[in-house]
Design a protein around this ligand. Structure first.
Ligand code: SAH
Length: 470
């Protein structure tokens, strides 16, 4: 983080604006909205500033800048078109430890002004750290369309009833759930359509109707987190991650996806590396039951899809047996994600008419796959967890009649910025894994469709990890 976002209370505080042109007046507008006492220092001021000065909204002092003018100020903005003056203002402010912003000269600033979505008292501030004001404005425009205009009035309604709700709901989890329902339900809709009095009445009725001391029944959401790229999450997954009390997640869930979990949700790492389970499966099942019984909204977050090699079935089996309500949210499975981002269609009229997903996690090295069923013409085979058994996999496929020249691809950390795609054939694949130090998670795709990678590859990111080591 290059800048710490904070919100300043400037009511009745003296702020100095150096410069009196149109740019300065735009900054003055913002300071006025924040209730600041503003003095504009400029030998000559533009029309807007002169008008505001005449109306008594700001004080205009027609004189050149001198460092002592800043004494006692809470905040300074320099908006002159004279670079020397701007620098003097910056130096003088820094010497006095006063936050200073110099318009369009980020190197002279100690704070920068964000793009703002104003639904007072709700304020959304967007910053790109000065790297692209245009991008910040575009983000702001999107937020404007996402945040209903009535949000400010909704926030005021919440303030009005906050103490009452606090008294009524002694259990904090119940209280939060109550507010979540109110802010997403009919009460909010009434506010958005301008029916504030009706909204207030509806909210009052809701508060009176509930017994707030009861611990609510929790619920478990078994959520597929997709293969890594956070943009591949479903809306539903994101929504649940944003309102969870606790998230129990696996090693496979990417950091970028974890970043989207509600900030104050509890996070529990449930591990699962090959043969090195951080928490044994049975304990995870019971953990979910216990958390739900405490009244929590639990998200069980898994890589990919929870029902494809994710042991999701076992986890909800325990929940079902204990009578805990649950829902399942599908995710994009590694096969779909890796194939798409590697430019390898899993089926193709000219190459493959069927595709099978199999686990290559061979128990104790013993081979218990139905090799005959796998070795079929016109079929793509996708191996999950196949890295460890790569020698056996290639050998057995050849032994059961697959040409050793059959193409195969390794997709490591598919869909992420660290994605690597390596191709070879059944003969060469094991040595490629060795030489290129291929690591988990890696998906193996075997079949003629791999030929298409050369023509259809499109996603070639610059790996984040490699920046410093190469
Ligand atoms: N439920 C998951 C699969 C869990 S099994 C899903 O639907 O995707 C774990 C295996 O999935 C890994 O060993 C690897 O083979 C594969 N995998 C998961 N994410 C991957 C990724 N981003 N890139 C490559 N392989 C991945």
């Amino acid at each position: 983080m290059n800048f710490l976002p904070i919100f300043l209370d400037l009511k009745q505080r003296s702020c100095a604006v150096i410069g009196g042109g149109e740019v300065a007046s735009r900054k003055v507008t913002l300071l006025l909205e924040a209730g600041a006492q503003i003095t504009v220092y400029a030998p000559t001021a533009g029309e807007t500033i002169r008008r505001w000065a005449a109306d008594g909204k700001v004080r205009h002092v027609a004189q050149e800048f001198r460092p002592e003018l800043l004494d006692g100020c809470a905040l300074v903005i320099a908006a002159t078109d004279d670079k020397t003056v701007n620098r003097q203002v910056s130096d003088a402010a820094k010497a006095r430890n006063i936050p200073v912003n110099v318009v369009d000269q980020p190197n002279l600033c100690t704070f920068i002004m964000p793009s703002i979505v104003d639904r007072s008292p709700v304020i959304v501030a967007v910053s790109t750290g000065g790297s692209s004001p245009v991008l910040a404005r575009l983000i702001r425009a999107r937020l404007e369309t996402l945040i209903p205009a009535g949000y400010g009035r909704l926030a005021k309604l919440v303030v009005k009833f906050r103490d009452m709700v606090k008294q009524r709901f002694t259990n904090p989890t119940s209280r939060r759930q109550f507010w979540e329902e109110v802010l997403q339900g009919p009460v909010a809709e009434l506010v958005y359509t301008g029916q504030d009095a009706a909204a207030e009445k509806a909210l009052q009725q809701r508060i009176e109707a509930v017994d707030g001391s009861q611990v609510p029944v929790g619920e478990v959401y078994l959520v597929g987190g997709g293969p890594g790229d956070p943009d591949l999450l479903t809306f539903r997954a994101l929504h649940l991650m944003q309102q969870a009390d606790v998230v129990v997640y696996d090693r496979l869930v990417s950091p970028a996806v974890l970043n989207l979990i509600r900030r104050d949700a509890e996070r529990i790492y449930a591990g699962k590396e090959r043969d090195n389970h951080a928490i044994p499966q049975e304990d995870i099942n019971h953990l979910l039951v216990r958390l739900a019984k405490e009244g929590k909204q639990v998200v069980r977050l898994k890589g990919g899809d929870p029902f494809i090699f994710g042991r999701g079935g076992e986890e909800i089996d325990t929940l079902a047996a204990e009578g805990i309500p649950f829902q399942v949210v599908p995710g994009i499975t590694a096969a779909a994600g890796c194939a798409a981002y590697a430019g390898i269609p899993l089926t193709h009229r000219d190459y493959a008419q069927s595709v099978v997903f199999v686990t290559g996690h061979l128990q104790d090295g013993t081979v218990n796959l139905n090799w005959k069923a796998l070795v079929q013409p016109g079929q793509t085979i996708v191996f999950y967890m196949g890295l460890h058994g790569i020698d056996t996999i290639c050998r057995e496929l050849i032994r059961h009649g697959m040409p050793s020249s059959t193409l195969a691809a390794l997709v490591q950390q598919g869909t992420t910025r660290n994605q690597r795609v390596l191709t070879g054939d059944l003969k060469t694949l094991p040595s490629i894994v060795d030489k290129a130090h291929v690591k988990a998670p890696t998906l193996i795709i075997v079949g003629d469709v791999v030929e298409l990678h050369g023509r259809l590859k499109w996603f070639e990111p610059i790996a984040e990890d490699q920046a410093s080591s190469d």
